[in-house]
Design a binder for this molecule. Structure first.
Ligand code: SF4
Ligand code: SF4
Length: 700
């Protein structure tokens, strides 16, 4: 038996050395990137939240289990990795004990003969085997050859995935060969419980040689697998817990991250583009967390399958955005990690590769990919390993806008208008309060300090103040607050754009200017509580202004109105006999988890019959306006708003409701096109839930 131990241990040393070398390379590559001290600091400060995240996301597989049956199959295969580690402990024990005593009848101390452990090992191996069959069936059913772009695996490395399935299969059958043989030779630690091993034993001859072969094969397969894993997308087995640990909490949605250079938040007054990193222009500008994202992508394509840009035939796939950067990072890694002396001898080609722009016609990412993103967050929401696509996209946009001045020209008009007039349309600030004149009650316009009896600042937003369709929502909310007796005021001409379109386009400098100006106004006025109708303003004020010293209690109007209805301060009485389908705005739903309140309001309106679209709530589909896309032409593929309205029409609604001025405009435009084409009934309209509520609250 000595030869068995020698073969097993020599193989182990060789495989561990190979894998260790690769792990060292990956570590050096990641740490060659930008520092991200805030990630470590957060994890240290929120140990409880991080432990919970590991339990729920990694061990509990929360996101994957939403995708039955593939999630269920993955759940069992993942747990097989943990539980079958005990079988490997037994295998190495048998290897050494066999060499010392000649009888490989090792068992784990204390628990190693308990039938429950034997049962658990066999059960999870059988479950993983069934999981493998399910995986194979899913892959065949969703083959890119059959479904083209419609397959979430389109663009993934398919051969590598099949190899991994094959290796897991090898782990399982060699395990049963080893255990079944051990049952027959009397070396098996379990007298009962290991039902599958006992069954396999019945068909195997009693043979010490067969047991040794089974043992070596089982160990050998694991060692080969280990080397494959650290060189493949299956690296996520090891990196996913780390990526979850260092991801943003509660998720990579909500606030955009401040711009950082060398790990510090960039101060624009001191910043020097020659020295500081402005977003990401080259792969070496990526932070180690970005590299960890690259290592962790499992190529599952769940992000791609939900991306509105991909679904409407644009070149952006969030999966490929990560994979293309990963492939480029690996291609330049040997040069990136080279010592100073080696760098002197680099050829022109190598230098060109090192300087390859991340975004550009000949770059790693095509500009059309970068500018197709609506920041809707569907990718981040779905990613089972917490990859933060939006952070990657925003950092690349920041470099393009602020260093290269390269972005869709139409968006330049919006930036100029924001800079000069404080709103994207370039209208006079005096027009911001004109909607008030259409009301039959007073709305205080705050010009210095909030009066003591005014509870809320109503943040109207640029669209809410200046866009005709959105103004209807503004007036409805103002009327409802007035009826409910909520004291509120507005800033009128003193309000400027929250800065969301500038930030999401990548113009962080302009965002900072607008945000600082607004924060100064709000702080001087002594504002504590804000109600906003625009989910983009809501997200910016609630989640991003604290980054610049502006902290307020911010609610969306649907949250406040639903509360007022609940309290009985607003009573919907007039029936609205309509079938209504609700569209979740991405910055209200996915980014801020406000799903229930708009629905609660509609449920309280008598006569309303609601019907959900196929894609709703967490899986809602963008209207196409986010990520500053509202201010860019949509030249490629099907229009996103048309796709959304097509889906809404499948519910045959009388009305489409929403809770965002930009969704209102985008869906309204698409509905008008449908009407012109005779594909939608003339009476179909899109309204904010506040408009529905006011209609019902005002008696007949
Ligand atoms: S944020 Fe939305 S549009 Fe952008 S990549 Fe993700 S899913 Fe696609
Ligand atoms: S980014 Fe996440 S969701 Fe997308 S393919 Fe990779 S692991 Fe899957």
């Amino acid at each position: 038996m000595l030869w068995v131990a020698i073969v097993g241990l020599v193989g182990t040393v060789a495989a561990v050395a190979l894998a260790g070398r690769r792990v060292l390379f990956l570590y050096r590559l990641a740490t060659s990137g930008q520092p991200a001290p805030e990630r470590v600091a957060y994890a240290k400060e929120h140990v409880g939240a991080e432990i919970r995240a590991q339990l729920v996301e990694v061990f509990g597989q929360r996101k994957l289990l939403k995708w039955t049956p593939s999630g269920t199959a993955h759940f069992f295969v993942m747990w097989a990795f943990f539980i079958l580690a005990t079988v490997y402990l037994e295998a190495y024990g048998a290897l050494i004990q066999g060499a010392i005593t000649g009888k490989p009848d090792f068992h784990i101390p204390i628990i190693g003969t308990w039938p429950i452990l034997g049962f658990l090992q066999d059960f999870i191996a059988v479950a993983a085997l069934i999981g493998l069959i399910a995986f194979a069936a899913i892959r065949v059913k969703n083959s890119p050859k059959k479904l083209g772009r419609g397959s979430r695996f389109s663009g993934s490395h398919l051969g590598g995935a099949w190899l991994i399935l094959f290796m897991i299969f090898n782990v399982i059958w060699t395990m049963f060969l080893f255990r079944g043989s051990a049952v027959n030779t009397g070396n098996f630690p379990y007298k009962s419980g290991a039902f599958a091993s006992d069954l396999v034993a019945r068909v195997l001859p009693t043979s010490d040689v067969l047991e040794s072969v089974g043992l070596l094969l089982h160990i050998g397969v694991m060692l080969v697998f280990l080397v494959i894993v650290v060189n493949s997308k299956h690296l996520h087995i090891f990196t996913a817990p780390l990526n979850v640990l260092f991801s943003r909490r509660p998720d990579g949605l909500g606030p955009a991250q401040p711009m950082r250079s060398n790990g510090q938040v960039l101060d624009f007054e001191e910043a020097d583009p020659e020295v500081d990193v402005f977003g990401r222009g080259k792969i070496s500008d990526t932070s180690w967390k970005g590299f960890l994202d690259f290592y962790t992508c499992t190529e599952c394509g769940r992000c791609q399958s939900q991306c509105p840009a991909w679904i409407t035939d644009k070149p952006l796939s969030p999966k490929m955005l990560i994979l293309d950067q990963r492939d480029h990072a690996f291609a330049v890694a040997p040069y990136l990690l080279a010592g100073e002396k080696e760098k002197e001898g680099f050829s022109e080609d190598v230098l060109a590769l090192l300087d390859k722009p991340l975004v550009g016609e000949g770059g790693v990412i095509h500009p059309d990919v970068l500018w197709s993103c609506t920041n809707c967050g569907a990718c981040v929401e779905q990613c089972p390993v917490d990859i933060e696509h939006i952070d990657h996209i925003l950092d690349m946009r920041r470099y393009q806008v602020m260093i290269e001045s390269s972005f869709p020209s139409e968006a330049g008009v919006m930036l100029k208008n924001l800079e000069n007039k404080g709103n994207p349309w370039g209208m006079s600030e005096m027009k911001r309060a004109e909607w008030i004149e259409e009301l039959d009650f007073e709305v205080p316009v705050i010009d210095s300090t909030m009066p003591d009896d005014v509870e809320y600042l109503f943040w109207v937003g640029c669209a809410g103040a200046l866009e005709d369709r959105a103004k209807k929502t503004t007036k409805a909310v103002a009327e409802l607050l007035h009826i409910a007796g909520v004291k509120f005021g507005v800033l009128g001409p003193m309000e400027a754009c929250s800065g969301d379109p500038a930030r999401r386009l990548g113009m962080e400098f302009l965002f900072t200017m607008l945000a600082q100006q607004n924060i100064e106004t709000l702080n001087e006025a002594g504002v504590k509580k804000i109600v906003a109708t625009c989910p983009h303003c809501f997200n910016t004020l609630a989640n991003e202004y604290p980054q610049l010293g502006g902290s307020y209690e911010v609610v969306h109007h649907t949250q406040l109105l639903s509360h007022l209805v609940e309290e009985g301060r607003l009573t919907p009485v007039t029936p609205i006999e309509q079938k209504i389908t609700y569209h979740d705005p991405c910055f209200l739903g996915r980014h801020n988890k406000v799903y229930a309140q708009p629905r609660d309001i509609m449920a309280k309106v008598p006569g309303v019959q609601t019907q959900e679209m196929h894609r709703c709530k967490e899986r809602g589909f963008c209207c196409g306006a986010g990520g500053a896309r509202m201010w860019m032409e949509e030249r490629i593929g099907k229009r996103i708003n048309t796709e959304r309205v097509d889906e809404a029409l499948t519910t045959d609604p009388d009305t489409v409701s929403t809770a965002c001025p930009f969704c209102l405009v985008m869906l309204g435009d698409a509905i008008n096109e449908k009407k012109n084409a005779g594909q939608a009934k003339e009476s179909l309209e899109v309204v904010d839930v506040a408009q529905l509520l006011i209609k019902s609250v005002k008696a007949g």
